[in-house]
Design a protein around this ligand. Structure first.
Ligand SMILES: [Zn+2]
Length: 289
């Protein structure tokens, strides 16, 4: 379990802080909950070489596996959670949400092969399982229901966002665990921001059939104002809107507001680095009581 949250986390805000030799970030709203620990890693303070330098946590991106394992151990030591308590998924830009049980503890902690198959969101009520998603531009999202003590992680790239994986995760929390929107805290982590995420508008909206849903995808204008069909996709606001629609109050939703493309010295950016880069991790765990 996390070494006393009081020691590590209580005085931090959504900024980078060095914790036992590695730089980590935290959401202010989640830091206030002693029942959980959470983290956002950066690309700093690891062992991987260029272009994965240096704290790459992804086994699937072409980096040396042994080095990735060392990086993960470094993270585990830093937050005081054994690596065998981590559970990761084989993320596929889909909308499948897996309910994680005791048996899933440690899946994907030491390799890619044993990670939970074809899953982009995980939720759990089990203590001592650290759910982690890996990202480099896609939006990592953490959820915590304070009342029911349920945690969740979501990996939402443009496909996941358009297919409303965030919203579907909340629906599952309500249906399977009896959660209420008022009790759910949300942290929307660093990802490619509306400042940098130029997309083909038709590709984005073409993936949604219902016109009502089109209105819930936040695209900002044309790149040059010349009607070339390009726009800036606002993944943060689009996901936030999904949560608000599910009855989660705005005050419960914290957005990191850090763009991975603008800040690829701190985080990884798949787009800016043209696909050859590492992954940072965003995780959450219910502490053992
Ligand atoms: Zn940017």
């Amino acid at each position: 379990m996390c070494n006393s949250p009081e020691t590590f986390f209580s005085q931090l805000s959504m900024i980078e802080k060095k914790i036992n030799s590695i730089m980590l970030c935290f959401f202010q709203n989640l830091l206030e909950c002693n029942e959980i620990c959470h983290f956002i890693t950066t690309r700093m303070d690891g062992y991987s070489k260029n272009p994965y330098n240096s704290l790459n946590l992804g086994f699937h991106v072409g980096d040396d596996s042994q080095t990735v394992l060392e990086n993960r151990k470094q993270l585990a030591n830093s937050i005081g959670v054994p690596l065998c308590n981590f559970t990761t998924a084989q993320q596929v830009h889909g909308d499948h949400i897996e309910i994680i049980s005791e048996n899933d503890q440690g899946c994907g902690s030491n390799d890619y092969e044993t990670a939970v198959v074809a899953t982009d969101a995980m939720v759990s009520s089990v203590q001592n399982i650290c759910l982690m998603v890996l990202v480099a531009d896609c939006v990592p999202i953490l959820l915590f229901d304070r009342k029911k003590k349920i945690i969740g992680v979501v990996h939402a790239g443009w496909k996941g966002t358009v297919h409303r994986i965030a919203q579907k995760t909340v629906i599952l929390l309500k249906e399977k665990f009896g959660c209420s929107g008022n009790d759910i805290l949300i942290g929307i982590g660093p990802s490619i921001g509306p400042c940098c995420y130029i997309v083909d508008m038709e590709t984005i909206t073409g993936n949604v059939n219902v016109s009502e849903e089109n209105n819930e995808i936040i695209l900002h204008g044309n790149r040059n104002g010349n009607g070339n069909g390009k726009g800036y996709f606002d993944l943060w606001e689009t996901n936030k809107l999904q949560f608000k629609k599910m009855g989660i109050p705005e005050k419960n939703i914290e957005t990191a507001g850090k763009c991975t493309s603008c800040n690829n010295d701190i985080f990884y950016s798949h787009r800016k680095e043209e696909g050859r880069t590492g992954r940072f991790g965003v995780g959450i765990m219910l502490n053992k009581i």
